[in-house]
Design a protein around this ligand. Sequence first.
Ligand code: MSP
Length: 693
Amino acid sequence: MSTFYITTPIYYVNDVPHLGHAYTTIVCDALARFHRMRGDDTRFLTGTDEHGQKVEEAATKRGLTPTQLVDQVAPRFDEMWQQLGLEGYRFIRTTSERHKAVVKTLWERIRKYNPEQLYLASYQGWYCVGCEAFYTESQLEKQGDQWCCTTHKRPVAWIDKERSWFFKLTDYAQPLLDHIEANPDFIRPDAYRKEIVSFLQGGLKDLSVSRTSFSWGIPVPEADPEGGKHVIYVWMDALTNYLADLCPDDGQITGPDVERYWPSALHVIGKDILRFHTVYWPAFLLAAKLPLPKGIFAHGWWTVRGDKISKSIPATRIEPLALSEALGAGSTLGRAIGIDAMRYYLLREAPLGNDGDFTFESLFGRFNAELANDLGNLINRSLTLVTKFADQVKPTRDDTLISQNSETPHFQIEIAAAEACRAAAQQFEAIHPSRALEAIWRFIGVANRYIDQTQPWTMAKANDPALPHVLWTLQASLWLIARLVAPVLPTTAQTIRSWVGDTTPLAWPIPTESRVLDQAPANLVASTPSPIFPRLDDKAQAAIVAKVLPDVAVVAAAPSATPDAGKPAPKPKADKAAKTEDGPLAPITFPEFQKLELRVGKVVKAAAVPKAKKLLHLHVDLGEPEPRSIVAGIAEAYAPEALVGKQVIVVANLVPATIRDIPSNGMILAAGDATILGLSALDADVPPGTRVR
Ligand code: MSP
């Protein structure tokens, strides 16, 4: 039995999960499911990256301690993966004791094998807190007079002579080049291998691996003679998670799981974190005399209208559960089927490694053409035919029909089935899920044509003796398709299996020569299906858009013609505003605007409202004799103490209300929802009560 160990990046907890995070995790889940079906001893790891400046700053901003923040957000990731039905994953948190112990061991090993590999000096240079990375000016871009990070498009911070431990990365350029040359699959796809080879050929600089200007991290396990209090650089800490989950509790990097799984480790990552995984991580491992993972596979970014899906651009924040809920709304199987549809779209639309642009048009195009038409209709037609004739005809395989003539549809479908099993397996193994799906859909096309060619309803009328074989073939094709789609569409697979009465263990079928349908169990019993992927009409499409991106005008129109399977879905023709409550409103006149009394306020007191999760009771100074009492629905985004002293803009002439027995005399302006909420800001300290016009 082979082993297969697959990992996702561990996600920063300064943000709740979005579609970009779900993408990597779903890719790994699909690959893990495939390997389990192949009988491989499979381990699948994901988790959360909880230390570092970025998380510390996010906590401070919300008026929380880092521990409070990470304990709040880390479970949201685990919950999301459970709700998305991800199978058999392990979840690691970098604040766990075992992880911390393993990081310490890694540091000590690096020191033990060559003490000079870690030395004290001082760091001066640019740092992007978003990436938690040090940059030289040649790696940044200039916007106006500021250096900005190319990923976050935001100014980087200057670190001025911060005392730091350095890792002798310089020594590892050549060993890494040698390793990459000897193991061409170490970095995939090839374009990323080439990028890293040229980066290494340019030479490396030693890397600062500790920070002293903040404390939220794992302490360096040895004293600085000058008394500096160092925490380990968050990337050295985070990367170690991949090994830590295999190690025993004492933190030693050894033991049965390390031996069993580490040699097969495959890190699936986004292209933004390539250098950390393909240069820093293997260099740390070499320095600690530990074996390298088997490979790193980098995928591209999902964008919405060209912008990377990310926390910082609210218009791109697609929430995976909302998307799947909306996609499954028309099916009797609900969200579970919506999850399958979302997985299918993500894995089919963009070949792994390339960027993918999320558009509703391509999503609906694929849903209707490939899931509703190709797959849904095949299931429906096949089962309807088999059940319709069940009283007169027992589906029975007839080998003579296949061997007689290679031109017959009976022969063709046998060949196509075996070919689909082989090709899909090869593509899943090579980490090309989109190509695996293409191969499977080719077979779905053949199976649909088989019905058109054989016309079982005409055969029945003519009492054709080949009818039992045709019905058997339809049943066996569904048995096979359930298996082939199972890694990507687990609920669909389970549903098809129950409709054909397949209770045998879910294993990947291995063809013998050019036959595979003959492995279908003899005792399958078909039952009547219900529509699994009901077509999304204009109304359903509009409802999905409104639920998923209510604030954003993305493409809402239904594609007039559904694209053929295999061909790329059409690109949006033009952006049309989705009609939602938050869409553009009718124009107003200036006198109408003047009726709004907007004033600058300063929060002087803030407290939670008992038994109301979302509400805070504020006292806001509006330059009046007494501060105003205002109830605001911002408790999920702000701790009360973080608000005191903040300037806000208040609608001062709103009709007073009483909320939970508290008088509320005005409204605070805010943008967003509980996940990211910004209070309207002023860039100068303006006296309370000043009118905003
Ligand atoms: N914490 C680090 C990783 C440490 S691994 C030892 C980190 N975290 S992250 O939360 O910012 O992002 C992690 C990963 O999320 C990315 O590498 C990528 O795999 C995935 N994605 C986040 N946004 C994405 C898109 N818009 N599109 C595709 N994947 C995206 O970096």
